[in-house]
Design a protein around this ligand. Sequence first.
Ligand code: PAF
Length: 269
Amino acid sequence: MKLFYSTRKLVSWRQSESGSVGFVPTMGALHDGHLALMRESMQNNDFTIVSIFVNPKQFNRQEDFDNYPNTLKTDLKKLQEIGVSAVFVPTMEEVYPTEDTYKTAKPGAFAIGFEGDFRPGHFEGVVNVVDRLFYWTNPNQVYFGQKDLQQCLVISDLIKEKYKDIRFNWIPTERESDGLAMSSRNKRLSENGKHIGQQIYANLFKCAEQEGVKAALDNCRNSIVSSGIDVEYLDIIHWNDMPVEPKTGRAIVFAGYLEGVRLIDNIIL
Ligand code: PAF
């Protein structure tokens, strides 16, 4: 497994390889959800590049950035075991040099609402870094997790606008056996918190079965709130006309706080 800290070295290795490249961007603290993306990439490409960079520009709260888990040593061990071709761990100065001349793209309309409302600047930060990472890794295919569904829509929009040759893949959410969506942030939940957290997916699932019934969303919200979770939003998102499957899709999207930890989840209708 190649390990690159420098953009220049990564780019020169990338240029020397002629096979297909799958790319999985991450912020580390790797769990089985990330590994599922890598496995999918490894099955479908000659090379798989993983990046690990905790991007300060996408955190709208300093505290969240400061508390974001950093498990680089274990992450690298997991990546070595699974057998990815290369890991890119750039420094802050590599990604955002003091004299920054990179003309980064701006997020499209999918950045409005939901995460865009509750985390101002979040998608601008995501697109800023993903745009640079796509440019350096020059992948044929990229892999994102469905848990961050709105991010998937924002990125497939970026691809449509600026990276037409990249194939976007979104991979279903990996869950704990009780249904809690895997997330790096789960590491900050107590055992009891993890237990309560299962209420999120259990209720989204129930709500999805009563599709189209407005009261079902209200019941779902009440039930999640009464389990001790503060709901930020619980609503339906639409992605008609997007080049992702299912093409005329809708999903119930959720965000909320449990034990001070922000959790998101969704279920496709
Ligand atoms: O989903 C994430 O972990 C991040 O938003 C990403 C795509 C790695 C960009 O920093």
